[in-house]
Design a binder for this molecule. Structure first.
Ligand code: NDP
Ligand code: MG
Length: 401
């Protein structure tokens, strides 16, 4: 559990946000503003990367006074160069920006959505920056490379995903691997927790985006409805905490108050509780290992007296069993699982395929490709590319029927 080892490298107060215009990115800026208002420590946001929302990126850059921004959109140069000194554009813009500005001990917030976050996550760690990681896809698709980059530089990966932040907090008293019996991730169940498989199959985009407890970007919201999010998170937990599929599980907890728990070998269970608000795990990743007065809402226990848990029906939600199988396979399986899901979710959001086709496509893509171990970035890019091609083919074939 290298991720849990105390850091022996001092942190600077500099923060770089990758995915600044998204849900996690915007929350991060609010948390930093809150922490700066407290006055005990002053954090400086020194770089921002985003995708296509250039007006939002420009407004953020202006308000924060950053001198470096990055976007894959070539139009960003014209759009932002009056406002910002250095505008990095192109497919590797975020990585290029990191190479120019990141210093060892800086904190990089990894909040790009999807496989686009893989290279920036690895680059941040290679440059000796601690990585506050929301972009679970980079661990799922490239776990061995992300961990190796951290190992080489001594930088830390601090989970931002609320479940993994919860586990991270539960394990804090320097717990040993042999003391952990099981890590159980909680899942709200999304909008379809009680729906039948048939009804779920033909759910529309509006229904799938209607998350009962969390407000998040569209991709992770769809993943939450299919439970592919919990599948991705089981694989993420496997890499972060070094646990096999036999010590990982997930359970429904519709109120999203208990963010996950750890069962120890003596059968003690330690959980982390708070209202569903990403500001808490974001703030903890920034202040870690300290705790600072919070910007997230407080827990009113009289409101949450009725905490409910139930096992996940693995027939209605095959993503859980699929993810546990992926963990037992060579590491390339994670890249297949992730890429096929990204392709299917994008098509579902464009209303080209039914909701039920998402999980079916992931399952069929995993059946079609035999995964190998990932040892280089080229391996990840190749398997990601091939999985996208196969997933597209499967979706085309099913739409012809
Ligand atoms: P959003 O869709 O709200 O935001 C995604 C961000 O990534 C945007 O800033 C987007 O820019 C940016 N982006 C997309 N592609 C690129 C690219 N090629 N280069 C640079 N930036 C890019 O997603 P969320 O904030 O909800 O999620 C981000 C990540 O965090 C995901 O991996 C998600 O699974 C994870 N996560 C999110 C949680 C949440 O509460 N939202 C909870 C736990 C994990 P633009 O919008 O300008 O195109
Ligand atoms: Mg989560």
């Amino acid at each position: 559990m290298k991720v849990l080892a105390p850091s022996n490298k001092p942190r600077t107060d500099r923060i770089i946000i990758l995915g600044s215009t998204g849900s996690i990115g915007v929350n991060t800026i609010e948390v930093v503003e809150h922490l700066n208002r407290l006055g005990s420590r002053r954090f400086e946001i020194v770089g921002l990367a985003a995708g296509t929302r250039l007006d939002e990126l420009a407004a953020q850059a202006h308000a924060l006074g950053v001198s470096h921004v990055a976007s894959p959109d070539p139009g960003a140069k014209e759009h932002l160069s009056d406002l910002v000194e250095n505008v990095h554009v192109g497919a590797d813009a975020a990585v290029e920006m990191l190479h120019q500005i990141a210093r060892p001990g800086d904190l990089v917030i990894g909040a790009i959505v999807g496989a686009a976050g893989i290279k920036p996550s690895i680059a941040a760690l290679e440059l000796g920056c601690d990585l506050a990681l929301a972009n679970k896809e980079s661990l799922v698709a490239a776990g061995p490379l992300v961990l190796a980059a951290a190992e080489r530089s001594g930088a830390k990966i601090i989970p931002v995903d609320s479940e993994h932040s919860a586990v991270f907090q539960c394990l804090h008293a320097g717990r040993q691997d042999r003391e952990i019996a099981k890590v159980v991730l909680t899942a709200s169940g999304g909008p379809f927790r009680t729906w039948t498989k048939d009804r779920m199959r033909s759910a529309n985009v509006k229904e799938a985006l209607n998350h009962p407890t969390w407000s998040m970007g569209s991709k992770v919201t769809i993943d939450s409805a299919s439970l592919m999010n919990k599948g991705l998170e089981l694989i993420e937990a496997h890499w972060l905490f070094g646990l096999g599929s036999d010590r990982l599980d997930a359970i429904f907890h519709p109120q999203s108050i208990v963010h996950s728990f750890v069962e120890f070998t003596d059968h003690a269970v330690i959980a982390q509780l708070s209202p569903p608000d990403m500001k808490l795990p974001i703030q903890y990743a920034i202040s870690w290992p300290d705790r600072l007065p919070g910007s997230a809402s407080r827990t009113d226990f009289t409101q949450f007296a009725d905490l409910h848990f139930e096992s996940i029906d693995r027939v209605r939600f095959p993503a859980i069993a699929m993810a546990l199988e992926v963990i037992d396979q060579p590491s390339g399986a994670g890249a297949i699982f992730n890429a096929a899901n990204e392709v299917a979710v994008a098509q579902f959001l464009q209303e080209k395929i039914p909701f039920g086709a998402i999980v079916d496509t992931v399952e069929a893509t995993l059946e079609r490709i035999t995964p190998g171990e990932i040892t280089t970035l080229a391996d990840v890019l190749e398997i990601d590319h091939e999985s996208r091609r196969v997933a597209q083919e499967i979706l085309m074939a099913s739409s012809d029927r």
